[in-house]
Ligand binder design. Structure first.
Ligand code: G3I
Length: 369
């Protein structure tokens, strides 16, 4: 046995024993290193920059970023032909400079999308004009960052939550299924090297999973199959649908795409809405944990996260990236949706201190053979 093998063996034994005792695995083990043989670990990058301490945390723990808002259509092209590149350029350049992979988010989405795409004067724009605008937007945005992006969320949340196949939106009303097909075609042309992803929430639930499978088949038929499908992963404490998630990973992989977990968080504040439909706001002012999370809840959060990462590691041959939707609790969109409250959905607290959930995940990082 070489010296290196001996060190690795010792470390393995130490880690296994530590895990069994529920102790920190290693102060120096980071999230991105723990899973580096399995998948890339990413996080959301908010607008307006990060503090030095936040950047330090981000680059130590994560290998990829997804700009949270700054590359959405409303941010980049608020008026037809008037692009605002400055902030997105800065975010991409800074991330690349720091050695991070960048996932662009998002080329086509019904939210944060200006009305001008669908209007001509006072009237609805004709189909050909909407199609041209879609192609032009995708070509301009994906083209500008070609060579710098690891991947793109090309279309977000096209599937209906209730009845029907596609969500009723200005995109689907104007172009029907073609809007999804054309967005993927245009993105492939503009940036042939980027991995292209279809991204949606609740697609692990059986009815929406079937629609997502149907969408993948439709795209394949039109030679526009994405490289990956993104299960967003906005779940609720104690209600994470582990079995559905596993079934969905297997089902999507069988369609010939990689699976990404693109916006992971676990909401600890009770709410009535599943998923992440941002129009589903409530004025429920319940804010049960305005300070820190009680220890018993921290434990429950740790258990849910550990079980999720054990599942992800089991399917590491199918999963290429896992991205948390926020660097720490203070940066979570769940502090504002579906109403304003103090949330604790992520792995670091507001003081950038690691939570029990992080340790639990690291302990689950022993990749099965
Ligand atoms: O920038 C304005 C600011 O000028 C204004 O003062 C403030 C007042 O409300 O609003 C700010 O904009 C907010 C923006 O986030 C930037 O912070 C919007 O109101 C708010 O609606 C927006 O929310 C984002 C949401 O998408 C809608 O774009 C969340 O941060 C972001 O986490 C969330 O992310 C989505 C993914 O893109 C798609 N999947 C679901 C996920 C969660 O909703």
């Amino acid at each position: 046995m070489s010296r290196l093998d001996a060190v690795v063996l010792l470390l393995f034994v130490w880690c296994s024993t530590a895990a069994a005792r529920d102790e920190p695995v290693s102060v120096s083990l980071t999230l991105k290193d723990a899973f580096k043989e399995a998948f890339v670990m990413g996080t959301a990058l908010p607008d307006g920059g990060l503090s030095a301490a936040e950047w330090e945390l981000l680059t130590t723990q994560f290998a990829a970023v997804t700009p949270e808002n700054g590359m959405k259509p409303a941010a980049l092209q608020p008026e037809e032909g008037r692009f605002r590149w400055q902030e997105a350029d800065a975010m991409v350049a800074e991330s690349v400079r720091r050695g991070l992979r960048v996932n662009g988010h998002v080329l086509i989405w019904h939210e944060q999308c200006p009305d001008w795409f669908f209007r001509r004067g006072e009237a609805d724009a004709p189909r050909d004009l909407v199609l041209k605008r879609l192609r032009d937007h995708v070509a301009a945005v994906a083209g500008r960052y070609a060579g710098q992006m690891q991947s793109w969320d090309v279309v977000n949340e096209a599937l209906a939550d209730g009845e029907g196949f596609l969500r009723d939106s200005l995109w689907s009303r104007s172009l029907g299924e073609d809007y999804v097909i054309e967005a993927f075609r245009a993105a492939r042309l503009a940036d042939p090297a980027a991995e292209l992803c279809y991204n949606d929430y609740n697609i692990e639930s059986p009815p929406k999973r079937d629609k997502a499978t149907r969408l993948l088949r439709l795209l394949k038929e039109h030679e526009a199959l994405p490289d990956a499908i993104g299960i967003q992963g906005h779940w609720l404490l104690g209600q994470v649908p582990f079995d559905d998630i596993e079934t969905a990973i297997l089902a999507f992989h069988a369609e010939g795409v990689k699976v990404m977990i693109t916006e992971l968080d676990i909401d600890v504040v009770p709410r009535n809405t599943q998923g992440a439909d941002i129009s589903a706001r409530s004025d429920n002012s319940t804010n049960p944990f305005p300070g820190s999370l009680p220890p018993e809840m921290e434990e429950r959060l740790a258990r849910d996260y550990a079980r999720l990462f054990t599942l992800f590691a089991k399917h590491r041959d199918k999963i290429s990236r896992v991205t948390l939707w926020g660097l720490h609790d203070g940066r979570s969109w769940l502090n504002h949706w579906p109403s304003a409250r103090t949330n604790h959905a992520l792995l670091w607290d507001r003081q950038l201190q690691p939570k029990k959930a992080l340790n639990a995940i690291l302990q689950s990082a022993e990749i099965p053979e």
